[in-house]
Design a protein around this ligand. Sequence first.
Ligand code: NDP
Length: 247
Amino acid sequence: MENNIKNKVVVITGASSGLGEATAKHLSNLGVTVVLGARRTNRIEKLAKEIQASGGKALAIATDVTQRDQVKNLVDTAVEKFGRVDVLLNNAGIMPLSPIDRLNVDEWDKMIDVNIKGVLNGIAAVLPHMKSQKSGHIINTASVAGHKIFSGSTVYSATKFAVRALSEGLRMEVKPYNIRTTIVSPGAVKTELLEHISESDVQQANKDYVEEVGISPDSFARVIAFAISQPEDMDINEIIFRPTAQE
Ligand code: NDP
């Protein structure tokens, strides 16, 4: 295997935009087979076709990560079609930031469902396959906000701290099965993430900031490729990256 990345089968949740989409494109250019999960099927089907048209292998599967059976179907279909699953990138996430006293309780629930339960659903779907393969790599997308709490990021930060906590527990517990785990915590990257902030003042402030300092989603894609391409006996446990201009 050239550089330990070519011909791997990588399942990506949240592949319809932003970091997931950029990673799918980057990895397919490196010879990876990508299996794309998201709710917006038109987006992932178009992306799969683009990748196939340029000689790559890609499959799009409608997936809502809050639905355990749909995540299982995503992973099981990848294994049926391509024979194995080498990497799961648990990347789907939402960030409807708001001050806690505005009591946007439905958004709190959604963040917990997508950002925490979605990751757990991915782990549950992939572990049986990786255990029997005696190899695999689970990469979970956290955030700089999973290391540091900002005023207004309370619930989002709590979900990303949780992603880091469960990733570290997972890392220790899956050692007998030769499974690698990586946490990636990005700083400000220009994606559609801010579009779902319902509070207009919060959305505008974040848009202004990301417009000023944010970097391209390719940054994340390169980090993912770096983690995957290390030799099998080396596990990149955690990477934090920020735009150089971010404080
Ligand atoms: P985008 O909004 O561009 O992408 C989010 C992706 O998540 C979309 O593909 C969306 O697909 C998917 N998604 C959301 N809800 C669900 C769901 N219920 N089921 C399946 N897929 C879902 O944002 P980013 O690319 O920026 O976000 C990707 C990850 O990176 C998130 O976990 C985010 O928290 C994290 N992150 C991003 C940072 C940034 O600055 N951009 C910084 C730190 C972390 P669809 O709607 O089609 O289902």
